[in-house]
Design a protein around this ligand. Sequence first.
Ligand code: SAM
Length: 299
Amino acid sequence: MPTSEDATRSYYASADVDAFYEEVWGGEDIHTGIYERPGEPVADASRRTVERLAARLEPGPGTRVLDLGSGYGGTARYLARRFGCRVVALNLSERQNERHRRINAERGLDGLVEVVTGSFHDVPYADGEFDAVCSLEALCHSGDRPRALAEAARVLTPGGALAFTDVMAAEDAPAEELRPVVARLGVDALATPSFYREELAGLGMAEVAFDDHSEQLVHHYVRLTEETEARRAGLGEVISQDYLRQLLTNLPLWVDASRRGRLRWGIFHARRPAGADEAAGAGEAAGAGGAGGTPTPAP
Ligand SMILES: C[S@@+](CC[C@H](N)C(=O)[O-])C[C@H]1O[C@@H](n2cnc3c(N)ncnc32)[C@H](O)[C@@H]1O
């Protein structure tokens, strides 16, 4: 088990972190948003990201979709409601999963969305079980991204679509410069776009493409900083002063790193080859990335 999993579990188990994601991000979609207007609510922009990613998957009614690192379930519920597909939401955080299950039941979506506690480093499903796999800003937490991607490719059916977003380092960004930025997440280093491209190609995935929306990072982190500052007094009732101070120190670092072009963000998408020969190649490649997967190289 990559040590990153312990750090991730304790990060998302924190009442402060939970309250921050609930109050400032909207408690539904906790990933970078795509903004169309200045000052747009974080939750609206974050939902737009789900819509863009979903357009890359287009799951049909009754198809099976796996969401890796599913948070509070905003993506899973959107996919189930919009497309009528069945979603397995795999997530490490039991705290988030409890809330996720409760919201699904309240909205009558528990028949379509199954919430499973587990890790994307060891996906508890057989090869080829899913028509589509997605993940939104969860791989940044991984201490073994090759293994997580190999697992995603392994459980995809031939012809199945993969789409994910992640916050990444620019190719030339020094890892030590980004360390204080990503420290809030308990993350050591980020992947880069070329790292994901190479990994996906190495797994035999086809149609690998990256919709680069890096410019959104500045908008997103400016909005998060503004919201946190504007609501500081109210937030102080649900978030400890110590964590609020940490947030108001850390969020501007994200703004600054984004402005200086040190971070990248967007939607990767790819397809597992449909042809029998190609699919076998992808399966072998996926298997090869298993337990022995190497740690992510420092960007
Ligand atoms: C920034 S949140 C994004 C949540 C959700 N995808 C969304 O966009 O709203 C990152 C998520 O990744 C999950 N995660 C991190 N490492 C994981 C792992 N090894 N296996 C499963 N989930 C993981 C966390 O528990 C958290 O829910």
